[in-house]
Design a protein around this ligand. Sequence first.
Ligand SMILES: Cc1cc2nc3c(=O)[nH]c(=O)nc-3n(C[C@H](O)[C@H](O)[C@H](O)COP(=O)(O)OP(=O)(O)OC[C@H]3O[C@@H](n4cnc5c(N)ncnc54)[C@H](O)[C@@H]3O)c2cc1C
Length: 405
Amino acid sequence: MRAHGAEQQRPYERPPLSKDHLRGEVGREKVYVHEEAFYADHDIELRLGRTVAGLDPAAGEVEFDDGERLRYDRVLLATGAEPRRLAVPGADLDGILYLRSVESSDALRERLDRGGAVVVIGAGWIGSEVAASARQRGLEVTVLDPLAVPLERVLGPEVGAVYRDIHADHGVRMLMGTRVEAFDGDGAVERVRTADGRRLECDFVVVGIGVEPRVRLASEAGIAVEDGTLADEHLQTGAPDVFVAGDAANAQHPYYGARIRVEHWANALEQGPAAARNMLGRARPYDLLPYFFSDQYDVGMEYSGHAPMRERVVFRGDPPSREFIAFWLAGDRVLAGMNVNVWDVNEQVQRIIRERVPVDDRQLSDPDVPLERHAPLPAARAGDGAPLTAGRATRDTARSSGTPN
Ligand SMILES: Cc1cc2nc3c(=O)[nH]c(=O)nc-3n(C[C@H](O)[C@H](O)[C@H](O)COP(=O)(O)OP(=O)(O)OC[C@H]3O[C@@H](n4cnc5c(N)ncnc54)[C@H](O)[C@@H]3O)c2cc1C
């Protein structure tokens, strides 16, 4: 087997890059997926620093940027995503940083070491985690976002407000409902100008305004793309022997009966092997529920499901206490659930979603009604200790396998 990557580093995990690695609490060795020897030991030829420039499905070949061509029987596109760039005056000044690679995390860490004032543009997951890490390192932090609360797109206004308060309590200046108009500075950024007329003096800026899936190889090869490379439920694209996984994949999901693209670690971790099995002829649909986690200050959370059609949110526990579960519902069905500083409930949350259990809001919100009552374990598996979650790659498995999160 051959694996090719444009990066110079052997494969590594990105979640620590906005968390403990960024804060300087763990070194580079901690972010690698495997020991260096793993690849040779498993007959994997790893070619680092090599960019694939073209894909030729008719010939069954890929072409590198130096013209070398390589034959394949099957190919997996795991090209991921790249940060969306801000296009405003001054956007090319020094000191305006983006975060995706381990090198960009190192560069940002070096800025955090110097201290000072940072403006974070974007209050999504990356912006929120960077803001938390910067505050934990003692910097003066301002966060700017056009939406009313952080993380609003995924979590909605009620739970987003909880995160706004968490950041405000830690001393972050949250400027919601406004956007950046321009950056000023002489060579390097010194000031952020906002649409509502503010002038924010700063030492540097971090931009976290989302990512775009990398689809160029697929689209230039004539493979259909639309917010990612399109694939069926087996992660196979429209071209013979070409599969896709991870942030780049917009794949048919049997549970949702629609295509979804997921930009999260567990999805990349699970879809890779699932695609590999199908590349070897297994033809098994990929149907795990989306799952992700985030850590900000002392607040950890896990989110399962997919809730663009949510109608309301039901809380179990007290949000201001920062120990609660939020459920997003449509009708009497739970579309997604998020446990915040409440642990070992992910399996039940996923079961309620996956089995489309009809729920009653009052019972769901009542901590005295065990979650198991909504979705009892099947008798054969109850108590046998087997992992029952749809998404097996939870933060617990990440921790116990030594994978940073
Ligand atoms: C700072 C940060 C923190 C995160 N934290 C969390 C978190 O807490 N929880 C969570 O669930 N998710 C988190 N994520 C998201 C998670 O890391 C991504 O979902 C995951 O990395 C996606 O993996 P991937 O393999 O699909 O893509 P990527 O990780 O983007 O990897 C794609 C690789 O393909 C290479 N490549 C692209 N094009 C070519 C080419 N033409 N030739 C050769 N190589 C190429 C790229 O260089 C890259 O190395 C975080 C992401 C970042 C950046």
